[in-house]
Design a protein around this ligand. Structure first.
Ligand SMILES: C[S@@+](CC[C@H](N)C(=O)[O-])C[C@H]1O[C@@H](n2cnc3c(N)ncnc32)[C@H](O)[C@@H]1O
Length: 236
């Protein structure tokens, strides 16, 4: 398995003031967070816990306001967690997503946005996400597929074009991209039948963003899951 750069988390600490910059290098994560929120179900009980793993600067937080969840975030970047604590998270904690400090079957909704592609063993993380998920609870993951198309788009194009919202070079390592079949199989082994859906930025809104006519680009569904995709499933 490929190694993670030792300075990977420190990089996110250094980027912490960029989380909420609509034209900064983390901006597309905000667009994806808005799309992710559309998959969050109504809570079965008021105040049930939604755990957002690798929550970063908390871009998901505002989209959960008023839904009735107690929103908890974990990440390894302390500077990012400080941001999350100011943006709609009820509690944040420093924790490694490979070893979550939560009891088995204790969480109603577990979300993992744009993080499986940054760990050595994403399938072990999915084991962990499913471990803490309650029966009847919902798992939502979004990540990048291990395809040539994803390598071309997410690295060759997105990390190299001088465009606003471009992540820093070296953010992605294609060897860490996620195999969809294996992801499905691992989740299924825990009773979570994931349905996959592709996501891409709206082309017309993307042009408007580049022309500075708008500050956000909606993500739209696409049949192909070969680049960016979301997986949603309920634990039986
Ligand atoms: C691309 S950002 C995604 C942040 C957030 N989920 C979002 O979509 O805006 C990746 C995040 O994963 C965190 N991260 C990477 N490896 C981690 C690990 N092993 N445990 C906890 N957090 C991790 C980083 O600190 C960073 O905040």
């Amino acid at each position: 398995m490929p190694e993670i750069r030792s300075d990977f988390i420190t990089d996110y600490d250094g980027l912490a003031d960029k989380w909420w910059d609509p034209r900064g290098s983390l901006a597309p994560l905000g667009w994806i967070a808005r799309a992710r929120a559309t998959f969050v179900p109504e809570p079965r009980t008021e105040g049930a816990t939604l755990l957002d793993v690798a929550c970063g600067g908390g871009l998901f937080g505002p989209h959960l306001a008023g839904k009735g969840y107690r929103v908890v975030g974990v990440d390894l970047s302390i500077m990012s967690l400080k941001q999350a604590g100011q943006h709609g998270f009820d509690a944040v904690a420093k924790a490694d997503i490979t070893r979550l400090p939560f009891a088995d079957e204790s969480i109603e909704v577990v979300t993992a946005g744009q993080c499986l592609e940054h760990v050595r063993d994403p399938y072990a993380v999915v084991d962990e996400l499913c471990r803490v998920l309650r029966p009847g609870g919902t798992l939502i993951v979004d990540t990048i597929a291990d395809t040539k198309a994803a390598r071309l788009m997410a690295i060759t194009v997105v990390e190299n074009l001088p465009l606003p919202g471009r992540p820093p070079k070296g953010t992605h390592d294609h060897r860490l991209f996620v195999n969809r079949e294996r992801l499905l199989a691992v989740a299924r082994s825990h009773g979570v039948e994931l349905k996959l859906l592709g996501l891409r930025p709206s082309f017309s809104a993307g042009l408007g963003y580049l022309a500075r006519k708008r500050d956000e680009v909606p993500m739209v569904p696409t049949r192909s899951t070969a680049v960016l995709f979301v997986g949603v499933g309920t634990k039986s």
